[in-house]
Design a protein around this ligand. Structure first.
Ligand code: SF4
Length: 636
């Protein structure tokens, strides 16, 4: 099957059995790979409103269609499930080597159902599969687990595993690939709930390409661009996402404000992190080397090495929690990787707890005597331990931002700044808030927002504007900008392309600089699969996947009210606040119109679903009809 490996691996943990099934050719054509294949399985197989941590949940993992081909930056794995953190669709797009090795082992997707009676792990050695006892590694960190399995199976393997946070069902626990890359939105807790500690993979095969010469020619053009473009060849390999400290305005003390360049302390600026750096690292098939390798210089973890501290780690574990000390941030990044947690979910949940503490809504009586003052890094580290092992107040924070608000009560809940259970800050009506509200996995910066903003690819955006393919003013037309961007990032996730360490179009969409917007991807797809794709076909596939995800969430109870503006407590009752709210509401209605959703409910219309070949979605939703309101993951 040119373009695909042609095999889906299904593992039933109730029975400790697996089967290999042929990849359905029509599904492959219409959903391509990665996130597309996963979202289709989730819609088909996850019943609405099940408990995400029950055996009924399904977790799927899929590389992209271009993973393990000569096209670079395509070693991403999509890990998708009903998220126990948000209670809606949750996917994490993760680097490391797993996706490349898994594809070379001969598979397009793994679908895991049920729950093993005792802890197990899965060993995939090309076409040989074993489900094995994990009692020796249960209770160990992701680093210890990876070392153990790598020693057992050799260096030419890749390990995806959970740490103690996943075992203890911390709702923002991640699955961690090769020690340092994290698949967020609770996939670690879902694996923990299934008693699945790890998957080890070795793959020695090759991807099948229909027109190899043509594909290689296109891949070479793409590579040459990366070798000559200053952002890709100079800034990213030198700084990775640290460069964002100067331009992305990290939140400070639970989004009390956003730090401008001149407000960022010198020791958190990109060059300052260089003194801890002992090397650079990369993911499968990526020339960018955007990840730093660092050594902790002092303190209780002195000498410990870590990898891939990103802007989000500095922002979410650092500034937004009021921590400005770089060594403490490095230590906490390592704790998150070792215990297996997503730094955004972890950091934002802690920042929320600290905000409540600073307001006196919670005190030491509730926090088990932990001083949650903003600048106290020691107590924050202690809290990370307590979250991981669900001790005392840590047990409440481990429930995640939304559920924590529910548990702590009405006054606390007022300060829970979230969209569908996830937090990315508070912004006025406009591009960012629209992106957070409409993202199909809850508030998020990688479903379109950063691409719409386009700051890292000014030249490409200008070129798209000249051709009439992108709005001239994103302030005036944020809906069109978000729509194009959400489609571009969806395609990146289905082809296995990294959305780029600094969130840029050239990384996200191969050859966009030469064959905009989706024509370059179409050429590559045609060469890889032998099936004729046009740029329009590719855009329709992106729209199909996004709409299907929207419908998955509607079945989870998401309604128009869940797409509304997130506002600071102080602004909600003011006249300006009311105007902002209305402005956002109008934008949402226009967004629905453009997407073919009902303007009163936000549900895609029957016509829209038929046009996108989603008749089965319409039929299922017609049968089921009313869904109770979403109320976080615990309400399920
Ligand atoms: S750009 Fe960075 S995160 Fe993305 S694949 Fe390359 S090394 Fe990994």
């Amino acid at each position: 099957m040119d373009g695909w490996m042609g095999t889906v691996l299904r593992v039933n943990l109730d029975k400790l059995k697996y089967i290999k099934v042929p990849l359905d050719k029509l599904i492959a054509k219409d959903y391509i790979g990665g996130r597309g294949l996963n979202s289709k399985v989730l819609f088909d197989e996850v019943k609405p409103r099940i408990n995400p941590l029950s055996p009924d949940n399904v977790i799927c993992m899929a590389p992209g269609v271009f993973t393990a081909t000569p096209l670079g930056i395509t070693g991403r794995l999509e890990v998708s499930t009903l998220s126990p953190y948000s209670g809606i669709l949750g996917d994490g797009n993760v680097g490391g080597n797993f996706a490349g090795f898994f594809k070379k082992a001969g598979y397009d997707q793994i679908i895991i159902t049920g729950k093993a009676e005792k802890p197990i792990y899965i060993w995939i050695d090309n076409d040989k599969i074993e489900i094995l006892d994990a009692s020796e590694i249960w209770g160990k960190s992701t680093w210890e687990t990876t070392d153990y399995l790598t020693e057992k199976y050799g260096n030419n393997t890749s390990v995806l595993c959970i740490g103690q946070a996943g075992e203890n069902l911390v709702r923002f626990a991640s699955s961690i690939v090769d020690k340092y890359s994290s698949a967020a939105r609770g996939s670690g807790a879902v694996l923990g709930s299934k008693n699945l500690k790890a998957i080890v993979v070795r793959g020695n095969g090759n991807a099948n390409i229909a027109f190899e010469d043509e594909f290689k020619k296109l891949a070479k053009e793409d590579r040459e661009y990366f070798m000559t473009d200053p952002l890709q060849s100079d800034i990213i390999p030198k700084y990775g996402t640290h460069i964002g400290m100067l331009t992305w305005m990290p939140g400070y003390r639970y989004f009390e404000k956003y730090l401008r360049e001149e407000e960022i302390p010198g020791n958190l600026k990109p060059d300052s992190w260089k003194k801890f750096e002992i090397g650079r690292a990369t993911c499968y098939s990526c020339p960018e080397r955007c990840k730093n390798v660092y050594k902790i210089p002092s303190g209780s973890r002195k000498g410990e090495v870590g990898k891939g501290l990103e802007y989000e780690g500095i922002h979410c574990l650092g500034t937004n929690c009021g921590i400005m000390d770089p060594v403490s941030i490095l230590e906490m990044e390592n704790l998150a990787d070792m215990f297996g947690m997503d730094v955004i979910g972890l950091g934002n949940s802690i920042a929320y707890a600290k905000k409540l503490y600073s307001l006196g809504i919670i005190d030491k009586g509730i926090t088990d005597n932990l001083d949650l003052s903003w600048e106290n890094a020691e107590s924050q580290k202690k809290l990370i331990y307590n979250i991981t092992f669900r001790k005392g107040f840590g047990n409440i924070v481990a429930e995640g931002l939304y559920s924590m608000g529910e548990i702590l009560g009405k006054e606390s809940k007022k300060y829970c700044y979230h969209n569908k259970g996830l937090s990315r800050g508070v912004f006025p009506a406009g591009l960012f808030s629209l992106a957070h509200s409409t993202s199909t996995r809850g508030a998020d910066h990688l479903r379109g927002r950063s691409w719409a903003f386009g700051e890292n690819d000014a030249e490409i955006i200008k070129m798209l504007q000249k051709k009439g393919l992108f709005p001239h003013s994103i302030e005036k037309d944020p809906i069109k900008a978000i729509t194009i961007s959400e489609r571009a990032t969806t395609i990146a996730d289905v082809i296995g392309r990294c959305k780029g360490s600094v969130n840029n179009w050239a990384s996200s969409l191969p050859l966009v600089w030469k064959y905009p917007i989706f024509d370059g991807v179409a050429k590559l797809l045609t060469a890889a699969t032998g099936i004729e794709y046009s740029g329009d076909d590719v855009e329709i596939i992106a729209t199909r996947v996004y709409t299907l995800e929207r419908c998955f969430n509607i079945r989870q109870g998401i309604k128009m009210k869940d797409d509304m503006l997130i506002q600071y407590v102080e602004d909600r009752e003011t006249e300006k606040g009311r105007q902002e709210f209305e402005k956002h509401r109008d934008l949402i209605i226009d967004y629905y119109k453009l997407h073919g959703y009902d303007q009163d409910t936000g549900v895609p219309t029957g016509n829209t679903l038929i046009k996108l070949k989603l008749d089965f979605v319409r039929d299922k939703m017609n049968e089921e009809r009313d869904y109770p309101d979403w109320d976080g993951p615990k309400g399920l």
